[in-house]
Design a binder for this molecule. Structure first.
Ligand SMILES: CC(C)(COP(=O)(O)OP(=O)(O)OC[C@H]1O[C@@H](n2cnc3c(N)ncnc32)[C@H](O)[C@@H]1OP(=O)(O)O)[C@@H](O)C(=O)NCCC(=O)NCCS
Length: 165
């Protein structure tokens, strides 16, 4: 079931991001490594949590996947792209891998976005992590372009056409 997260879930988002960092360290990628320490990461999550809606996928009363409904990143998307009808996601984490919880949440968010009349589901993700790119491709996303912005390692842009063309 798709739910909107509330204050009681803030620490869960911190924890899921911490665990994602540890999990990724075993995956042969530099995603989430270098740069920010966890205190700064949590501060950034709090900033997003205060500014945006976070949604979760709930199974048996537990939130098992989460993401933020945010806005197109101005470092990466053009003004023309940013005004198109879209849902923009970030901070996509699961509490347990291999169960399809993330995919279930993504599908529910796509369905909600489609019903709201959005044309696109969009995101930016880690530039060098081709396995993550494969994940999005497997879920119907197309690579738009990769932006080379100094200090921004998440410049790979993906989108899904919710109108199905
Ligand atoms: C992305 C995510 C939310 C998807 O959740 P999910 O749909 O339940 O899928 P799973 O976690 O079971 O992963 C499915 C497959 O994608 C791979 N995958 C997913 N994210 C990956 C990543 N960041 N780097 C490398 N591989 C990744 C998994 O290894 C797995 O591969 P396998 O089928 O060969 O075992 C979850 O994998 C996650 O929390 N990843 C870490 C954080 C992250 O990268 N978030 C996206 C930021 S844009």
């Amino acid at each position: 079931m798709l739910i909107t997260l509330d204050e009681s879930h803030r620490q869960l988002v911190h924890q899921a991001r911490d665990e994602a960092g540890a999990w990724l360290a075993t995956k042969g990628t530099d995603q989430y490594r270098g740069g920010l320490d966890l205190t700064q990461v949590h501060t950034n999550i709090d900033r997003d949590f205060d500014a945006h809606e976070f949604v979760g996928w709930q199974v048996d009363g537990q939130v098992v996947a989460m993401l933020a409904i945010s806005t197109p990143d101005t470092d990466f998307w053009t003004p023309a792209e940013r005004v198109e009808l879209q849902t923009y996601i970030s901070r996509f984490y699961v509490t347990e891998h291999g169960r399809g919880h993330g995919a279930a949440l993504l599908g529910a968010v796509e369905e909600r976005a489609h019903q709201a009349g959005n044309h696109w589901l969009r995101l930016n993700c880690w530039t060098t992590n081709t396995r993550l790119h494969d994940y999005y491709r497997a879920h119907g996303y197309k690579h738009v372009r990769t932006c080379d912005v100094p200090t921004r390692p998440s410049g790979a842009l993906f989108e899904k056409d919710l109108l199905g063309s």
